[in-house]
Design a protein around this ligand. Structure first.
Ligand code: AQP
Length: 337
């Protein structure tokens, strides 16, 4: 069975509060890859339920991520947009890979430690097993490239280890059924930080709505959040070295750079030496200009849930058509009759 040369897979969880980090770290890059790769973009609803979700909200949030994909510029006709639970191959391969992955490997996953926190004994088994399902998502399509934010790097390394061990265990050193998927971590905003704390990742589950810019915020809300964003009293530095010492300033400069398609050095060349009183309004204007059309288009798409459901249904069929023969081959390799 011929392996694909350029197949992209990635996903976003439908857990609400889709934010600027999800957009700049992931979704925006999904769009560009359509020119050069065959792309599958998934709404990972099975990942979402590793933490309890209200069923009605899960369905709404699934449509919200679908709308964000399309509004950002992903073409569901040329590529594949679908939700994970439509394609049973993900769950089936996850079981096989559960038997390949080692407990010691999962015990090292920092995201589980952060999310389970002090209540580890009470976390779902699914939350612990999340990275194996993620490996299955990618390998179900024998995807070669995975665009993600920086926080997913460790999970991608685990997916590569699992693919390698499957190949070695069943086929020997010289044969590779699964490609080792390459992470694509791109641009100046690979880890957008909270607007309230420059040492914490911007995240959907932060209790403070002021910590994130969401993809449904109005221009007034965006301006207010940027105005209130935590900063230090110094003017912006002139050099990247000096910027590194100042997490909140670094974060806002990174966001500006990503939105303006510049690098951070170019932003400092323009704003270095100026105070936040000048920089924050410029950032708010830029964010409104760039996010406004996306937010508007998302709202239009959200008003037509029937259309979004149709996109997901069609995408599910296309994804299954790719996954089914690969799963058939996995069954044969493993010895299932
Ligand atoms: N702050 C971020 N900066 C850059 N990229 C980010 N991503 C998430 N947060 C940032 C990237 O967005 C994609 C989808 O993420 P996800 O929804 O599947 O899961 P997540 O990483 O758990 O997202 P959140 O928002 O941080 O949710 P909670 O609050 O539940 O932990 C991924 O490519 C991710 O790297």
């Amino acid at each position: 069975m011929q392996a694909p040369a350029n197949r992209v897979f990635s996903g976003v969880q439908p857990t609400g509060n889709l934010h600027l980090g999800n957009y700049l770290g992931a979704i925006r890059h999904f769009v560009g890859l359509q020119e050069t790769h065959e792309c599958l973009y998934c709404v990972v609803d099975m990942h979402a339920i590793t933490v309890w979700q209200d069923p009605k909200e899960l369905a709404d949030n699934t449509r919200e991520v679908t709308a964000a994909y399309i509004a950002a510029g992903i073409d569901p006709e040329k590529h594949v947009i679908f939700n994970q639970s439509k394609v049973s191959a993900h769950a089936e391969l996850a079981w096989v890979l559960n038997c390949v992955a080692r407990i010691g490997w999962l015990n090292r996953m920092t995201q589980f430690k952060e999310k389970a926190g002090k209540h580890r004994e009470n976390a779902s088994v699914g939350l612990y097993d999340y990275p194996v399902l993620m490996a299955a998502d990618i390998l179900t399509y024998r995807a070669t490239h995975v665009p993600v934010g920086d926080d997913q790097k460790q999970h991608l390394e685990l997916a590569r280890d699992i693919a390698q061990k499957f190949n070695n265990d069943f086929l020997g050193e010289d044969e590779a059924f699964f490609p080792l998927p390459e992470p694509l971590i791109m641009g100046p905003a690979t880890r957008v930080m909270s607007l309230r704390d420059g040492t914490k990742k911007m995240s959907k589950s932060d209790p403070s709505d002021m910590s994130r810019i969401t993809l449904t915020d109005t221009s007034d809300e965006i301006a207010k959040k940027i105005k209130k964003a935590k900063t230090d009293p110094e003017p912006l530095p002139e050099t990247l070295e000096a910027l590194k010492e100042r997490p909140e300033a670094d974060n806002l400069v990174g966001i500006y750079a990503a939105l303006a398609n510049m690098d951070k050095a170019a932003v400092l060349a323009e704003f270095g030496g100026q105070g936040f009183g000048a920089f924050k309004p410029a950032l708010a204007d830029l964010a409104t200009e760039k996010l406004g059309p996306l937010t508007g288009e998302m709202a239009k798409l959200r008003a037509d849930p029937g259309f979004l459901d149709q996109v997901l249904a069609k995408g599910g069929e296309k994804a299954s058509a790719i996954a089914d023969p690969i799963l058939q081959e996995v069954r044969r390799i493993v010895g299932f009759i």
